[in-house]
Design a protein around this ligand. Structure first.
Ligand code: ATP
Length: 259
């Protein structure tokens, strides 16, 4: 995950030695990772691994207790506004207003971003088109299926055209076909817009062999490598087997280049 493509001016996301406690409960322990600019990256971990806590820290929902988080080179503690400008987030729990239309939800959010009326309209129409939601623009969110609601949340997260999109277990609650369609949709967006995506999940069928993955387990990074390298390292044939081994018997961290 820390391989930089020639010409890059630095990583998209850097996390250095971040720990977090909820009272006596240690949720994250000296977590460090780097995401190169552009491309689809996965953050994997079983339930309770600390994925949502890490995302809450990156997005500023939780206050960082120690360590350093930088987005596009901007320090979250020193330049939170610059960080927010570069960041779009789809949280695990949907936060759409079900009784407003698709377009109204977007316009409301655009106004929260401080966009003027005209610019807000333009941004909304652009995202409705990109997420293939134009035909549903006047429908109430309540009328949409789960997959379309998630697309609307992605549209909302991209209104200000961030370079990094974080999705926290975005496919939870969707049926298999909708999960697959959402995953493919995000990968296409990523390719077409040159964005960086951090996709968190505990569902391994959403990961492709060439994806860079970070695996969190019990609050620690236990692997940071390409998905297929995890199989090579653990001597397994599938990512399911590799993940099972790594998360039940965590040893040294698996990093890029190990096999
Ligand atoms: N508000 C909280 N108060 C106390 N403990 C918490 C709180 N939120 C999370 N935890 C604990 O912190 C640890 C990490 O939880 P977190 O939700 O970040 O993991 P996760 O990988 O996102 O799990 P899931 O996939 O189930 O959402 C767990 O032990 C969890 O019980």
């Amino acid at each position: 995950m820390n391989i930089l493509v020639k010409g890059d001016i630095g990583p998209m996301l850097e996390i250095e030695n971040v720990s977090h406690r909820y009272g006596a409960n240690k949720a994250l322990e000296r977590v460090s990772l780097r995401l190169a600019r552009g491309g689809f990256h996965a953050l994997l971990g079983p339930n309770g691994a600390g994925k949502s806590t890490l995302i809450a820290l990156i997005t500023g929902l939780l206050r960082s207790q120690n360590g350093e988080i930088r987005v596009a080179g901007h320090s979250l503690s020193r330049r939170p506004r610059d960080v927010r400008r570069h960041l779009g987030v789809v949280f695990q729990q949907p936060t759409l207003d079900l009784d407003l239309s698709v377009r109204q939800n977007l316009l409301y959010h655009a106004s929260l971003h401080g966009l003027g009326r005209r610019q807000a309209r333009e941004c909304c129409e652009r995202e409705l088109a990109r997420q293939h939601l134009e035909p549903r623009a006047n429908d109430k969110v309540r009328q949409l299926n789960g997959g379309h609601r998630r697309r609307l949340e992605i549209a909302r997260a991209l209104l200000h055209e961030p370079e990094l999109l974080i999705l926290d277990e975005a496919s939870v609650g969707l049926d298999t076909a909708s999960r697959q369609a959402l995953n493919e949709h995000v990968r296409t967006l990523c390719r077409e817009r040159g964005m960086s995506v951090l996709w968190t999940t505990h569902l391994l069928d959403e990961i492709e062999p060439q994806d860079p993955v970070v695996v969190l387990c019990a609050g620690r990074v236990i692997a940071d490598s390409q998905a297929q390298a995890l199989c090579t390292h653990t001597g397994t044939h599938t990512l399911h087997e590799a993940f099972g081994l790594l998360t039940t018997k965590p040893s040294d961290t698996v990093t890029e280049g190990q096999s």
